[in-house]
Design a protein around this ligand. Structure first.
Ligand code: FAD
Length: 318
């Protein structure tokens, strides 16, 4: 195992340590320092900053997905607050006539309490989004939660076809899950998967994973199903262009704010539908760890960003 892969594994397990997360969040020295590095990947800590970044990117011809960052919330009151924040986000986007996508983690709005609680909150969000013709996308979390997340999704999409789901190509089960998801109306976002999983559950980054990713995309294309190709993998993107997946009418390419903006700009300039996934909020610690773990060279960027904060303004890269 190379030092880079070891570092990525270490970061993913540090990311999962709640004690480390609350230490960072309560530290008056570490929090502002790491926030400078996080600013490469998050638009800011407030809804206003999220919406401002979204407007800036809309003006440049990109669609956006907006997420109020947070997950693994176990207190009922906090789940209510997160749901209320998402309702406000939908309202504000709606009042600005921005028919964008709102994304969220079910464990932010009640999944840890009970899947019925997450479902009830998701229904409120779906009702509000429907009022403005907006799409909601449910993120996919660790494999221990996949059954519950799919349970909520399948129940909600029966009534609200403007709710979509994310599928992780790295999970072995996704091959079967995809067949079921293609029978439902919601949009599907296809990602490789951000979480550390055992090998009996998921594939590591590999050619085999890329082949599976392509297979999932192909299945959706053949079914004429709306999808988001959510990857920053340039080689994979080249292959999907060669196979004319990217130009398919039901396909859009989506990348995370601050990650490979050069690549997304090229795809957009070639005339394809492109979307930037923008996050905001104060709970950015896990998100930052994932972005560094995916691409350990980002640790050098983080060091530069901490010392020269102006280097890390994500939206200026597009
Ligand atoms: P990788 O094989 O990880 O990377 C390929 C290449 O892309 C790298 O060599 C590098 O050049 C570039 N790259 C990748 N990441 C970075 C980075 N952070 N910084 C700089 N360059 C980078 N995961 C989930 O588990 N659940 C979700 O709900 C989820 N939602 C997502 C939504 C969107 C819109 C996107 C784009 C990703 C989402 N992810 C989600 C994350 C995803 O699973 C991957 O972890 C992430 O996209 C990196 O994988 P990759 O496909 O880019 O390929």
């Amino acid at each position: 195992m190379t030092a880079e892969v070891q570092a990525a594994h270490a970061l993913r397990s540090i990311a999962r340590k709640e004690s480390m997360k609350s230490y960072v969040q309560q530290s008056s020295e570490l929090y502002p320092l790491l926030l400078r590095a996080a600013k490469r990947f998050i638009s800011g800590e407030s809804r206003e900053e999220g919406i401002a970044a979204a407007q800036e990117l809309n003006a440049k011809g990109y669609g956006v997905s907006l997420e109020y960052i947070g997950e693994n919330v176990a207190e009922k009151e906090e789940c209510h607050k997160a749901k209320d924040e998402l309702l406000l986000l939908i309202e504000e986007l709606g009042s600005l006539s921005m028919k964008q996508v709102v994304s969220f983690d079910l464990s932010h709005i009640g999944l840890l309490i009970h899947r019925e609680a997450a479902y009830a909150h998701a229904v409120e969000l779906a009702e509000r989004a429907k009022k403005y013709g907006m799409t909601l996308m449910i993120s996919m979390e660790e494999s221990a939660k996949t059954d519950d997340i799919l349970w909520v999704y399948k129940k909600i999409v029966e009534k609200y076809s403007h709710v979509g789901i994310t599928i992780q190509a790295h999970l072995h089960r996704s091959v079967n899950d995809m067949k079921e998801l293609l029978c439902l109306p919601g949009k599907i976002r296809i990602v490789k998967g951000a979480f550390q999983e055992p090998t009996d559950t998921a594939l590591p980054r590999s050619e085999e994973l890329n082949t599976r990713y392509l297979m999932l995309v192909e299945q959706a294309i053949k079914a004429n199903h709306p999808i988001s190709i959510a990857t920053h993998d340039e080689e994979l993107m080249k292959e999907m262009k060669r196979r004319q997946y990217v130009s398919h009418p039901h396909v859009e390419v989506e990348m995370l704010y601050g990650v490979r903006p050069d690549l997304l700009r090229d795809v957009k300039n070639e005339g394809h539908d492109c979307r930037v996934y923008i996050t905001y909020g104060t709970d950015w610690y896990l998100y930052l760890c994932h972005r560094i773990a995916e691409y350990p060279e980002n640790i050098y960027r983080a060091l530069v960003d901490m010392t020269q904060p102006s280097a890390a303004e994500g939206s200026t890269f597009y």
